[in-house]
Design a protein around this ligand. Sequence first.
Ligand SMILES: Cc1cc2nc3c(=O)[nH]c(=O)nc-3n(C[C@H](O)[C@H](O)[C@H](O)COP(=O)(O)OP(=O)(O)OC[C@H]3O[C@@H](n4cnc5c(N)ncnc54)[C@H](O)[C@@H]3O)c2cc1C
Ligand SMILES: *[C@@H]1O[C@H](CO)[C@@H](O)[C@H](O)[C@H]1NC(C)=O
Ligand SMILES: *[C@@H]1O[C@H](CO)[C@@H](O)[C@H](O)[C@H]1NC(C)=O
Length: 581
Amino acid sequence: MAAAISVSLLLVAIISGSCPSFTSAKPPAPPVFCDDSGCVVSNAYGVWADRQQCRTGLAVFPTTEEELRAAVAEAHRKRFKAKAVSGFSHTIPKLACPPPENSVVISTAKYNSRIEVDVANRRVTADAGVGLRDLIDKVEAAGLSLLAAPYWEGVSIGGLISTGSHGSSWWGRGGAVHDHVESLTLVVPAPAEEGHAKVVTLRRGDPLFNAASVSLGLLGIISQVTLSLEPSFKRSITYSFQNDSSFEDQFMDHARKHEFADITWFPSQHQAAFRLDDRVPLNTSGDGFNDFIGFQSTLMAVSMAVRATEKAFDESRNAKGKCATAATVLAFKKLMANGLKNNNLLFTGYPVTGRHGRMQTSGSCQHSPVSDGLSSCPWDPRIKGLLFYETTAFFSPQSFRSFILDVKRLRDMNPDNFCGVDNYNGFMIRFVKRSESLLGQPEDSVVVDFNYYRASDPSIPRLNQDLWEEVEQMAFVKYGARPHWAKNRNVAFLGVQGKYPGFKRFLAAMKELDPEGVFQSPWSDEVINEKEAVKSDGCALEGQCICSEDRHCSPSKGYLCQNGLVYEEARVCRFANVSMV
Ligand SMILES: Cc1cc2nc3c(=O)[nH]c(=O)nc-3n(C[C@H](O)[C@H](O)[C@H](O)COP(=O)(O)OP(=O)(O)OC[C@H]3O[C@@H](n4cnc5c(N)ncnc54)[C@H](O)[C@@H]3O)c2cc1C
Ligand SMILES: *[C@@H]1O[C@H](CO)[C@@H](O)[C@H](O)[C@H]1NC(C)=O
Ligand SMILES: *[C@@H]1O[C@H](CO)[C@@H](O)[C@H](O)[C@H]1NC(C)=O
């Protein structure tokens, strides 16, 4: 998920009548920029995990499957490396980045015209570059619904399935979109006599299908995706805010009882918001929609002020300051039902009932009509807005319970230290069902997602960074959680191959479809080959390594490499030099 930027300043903006969601927005900048010296590929945050630019010599923008095939053929013939990137580029790890030399980026930004709904068979086929919102609107107009979707709609169909993106459901086929794919076509390298590249079709049940349904862009370029659909329905949503004393014993029951259940835990506030979210018949009254607060268009001045305040608290080590804003954020979310609206404008009361297609995913900050230069998504890199890390981990239900108990122990040592995460969206807890995809979830899983402050300068340690490192290592090391492919800092991927029973078969599929490694690059290798980078000074500050010596932290600023407080095997950078205060 992302930042819920609703700190007191935003309240002020709303009370004074300039409600940010009513203004038109500055849409996100396109991710590929070329000039005479070559091309730069960015993600939507304007910064990759390692903060280094992604450079390549060439970018192409095919508009049809044949142009896509020709682009792959040309790359293969010239022995170039290639990577696909969508017109959105909302992925945090540098998966879409090719090596700098002899490489090409193939953008699907303009390959987005076809969305074909097959009403009789309840299916939709779309070009890989089609945006999720466009697809959903077309499907709903035909009287059908796409069951699963990530909560953020600013993604392409090809890009979202490539990283295993998900919403929340343990019911039916579950909350991950790739588990609703029926077939896809893939453009892969081919021998010269076959024209250097070819299109292969893979259907559910085919031997390579389970490798291709979540493929990180490593098997070739997805051209078209066919998804299964259901007759349209509505959803009825209520947030129930409760104290957090026993939610670790309730989450499984909650997920079994409600088809689209989720939970947001605000540890510093001792609160958990249970989302009671169920399917209701289409003739139920209500035309509500979900305009999630964190994805609403925000006045740039507000985003910058919120960031400046957060930065000032962080740099002056003012945990209490962060707590004051965390309490305001939670009160605001309760008041605004987290962005649910009973009609186009307002929240008037629970339950909020509306069409599935308007409840499942949102992102109003990126497609308001015209650029007025005043508002944008709160993380837009063109302003000094929000900058954060996002850690996302998939657990078995049993280990998730133990993880929460550990985090609570850490929280109870000093709840104020957890206010930073509650200024964003707390711990967002969702449910993803077991998948046959080799890089999908091998068991029914609980996925937790949290955002936290990232400094503008990589050498500046952060307030309570030791706690976030400890929580991260608890998740990925102690409890063996699996990292979301599209999120996380590099350390989350250590040991990832051993966490997927199908990993070897995925690597075999890679060899089979792309024997010469056209789609490989050092950046995607960092994710799947799980080698820890050479440990340089300060590498632990940005999650490029786990510290083992003080120099991996920032001894000159008083941050030393120490053990965890609850998970003692953890190695974290802690502010230890009291004389430096
Ligand atoms: C605000 C926000 C909220 C989010 N919320 C959620 C959420 O609720 N749930 C969730 O699971 N995720 C969420 N995400 C993550 C998001 O779903 C993924 O990052 C997704 O992969 C982005 O899709 P994209 O089209 O931007 O792909 P890109 O970032 O462009 O690409 C992602 C990967 O797919 C590859 N790729 C792209 N297109 C193709 C293609 N045609 N063929 C082969 N490979 C391709 C790229 O090479 C790259 O490896 C969120 C992200 C943001 C920014
Ligand atoms: C939390 O709520 C439960 C009821 O839902 C109640 O029994 C319990 O006393 C509450 N705990 C705290 C600490 O308020
Ligand atoms: C909705 O339709 C069903 C039959 O399809 C009917 O039984 C029910 O009464 C209707 N409900 C409303 C609220 O109109």
